[in-house]
Write a protein that binds this ligand. Structure first.
Ligand code: C5P
Length: 244
């Protein structure tokens, strides 16, 4: 496969075109940003770790009937993906209250959310990725009503799978963000990545509210040991996959 030109550079990944118009190469970076890129840094080894974790999770999801953009991973920090038109939506699923939900509603961190909450945010940096209502989403024509329903169902299905997968890793899935895209046949595919950058992951065996954090909150909140936490998550994912 020969790589052509840089198509897009985001905060965590660079996308390249390839000789196949239906295939892109995603290069995962060590760069880390938070709070709409107001905080910037580097997490050493993050590109490889997130690419490896995402690859394993996409493969597992495919085995469970979820269609994703994943093709394969030609090197530890690179993923070949199907070219899709990304919907400008960040779909957040929450099982336990944390982060912006607590800041915006006053709910206590750790409150169990049953049923899980599915939220849509407008993927728009200049506007600060605002929370959308269904009506606003339809008003802005960010997706059709059918797509919103399909995405909600998929997000809940993915949540069920991920809760159980992370549980096998000794990790409690607090919340996570998904992105979806449409392929050339207008088929909805799960895209982007699933990693400690995009999930809140708490060590199930650890009660201490700072020590239990195994995700990007360690970087956001300057908790230290960021690289170690990401590495530990990867090791647990690989062990869980091997033991299946
Ligand atoms: O900040 P907030 O509490 O809304 O984040 C919810 C979940 O979505 C967290 O797991 C966070 O890591 C993820 N997220 C993300 N990218 C964003 C915003 C949130 O991966 N731009």
């Amino acid at each position: 496969m020969s790589v052509h030109s840089k198509l897009y550079e985001g905060k965590a990944k660079i996308l390249y075109t390839t000789d196949d118009p239906e295939v892109l190469l995603a290069d995962f970076k060590d760069d880390a940003t938070a709070f709409n890129a107001q905080k910037r840094g580097t997490i050493l080894g993050k590109g490889q770790i997130n690419c490896s974790i995402s690859s394993q999770l996409f493969k597992q999801l495919e085995l469970n009937g979820i269609k994703t953009h994943y093709i394969d991973s030609p090197s530890p920090n690179q993923m070949r993906v199907k070219s899709v038109k990304i919907l400008p939506l960040e779909v957040v699923v929450r099982n336990i209250a944390a982060g912006s939900l607590c800041q915006q509603t006053g709910l206590a961190v750790g409150t169990i959310l049953q049923p899980p909450l599915v939220e849509f945010y407008y993927k728009n940096d200049p506007l600060g990725d605002p929370l959308l209502t269904r009506d606003r989403l339809l008003l802005l024509e960010l997706a059709t009503a059918e797509q919103v329903d399909a995405i909600t169902n998929l997000a809940l299905q993915i949540n069920k799978f991920l809760i159980s997968f992370w549980w096998q890793c000794g990790i409690t899935l607090v919340d996570f963000k998904l992105e979806f895209g449409l392929d050339s046949q207008q088929q909805l595919l799960l895209a982007d990545e699933i990693s400690p950058d995009t999930c809140r992951l708490w060590n199930t065996a650890e009660a201490d509210p700072n020590r239990r954090v195994m995700d990007k909150d360690r970087f956001r909140r300057d908790l230290g040991n960021v690289e170690d936490a990401y590495q530990e998550v990867l090791q647990r994912v690989l062990q869980a996959v091997e033991s299946q």
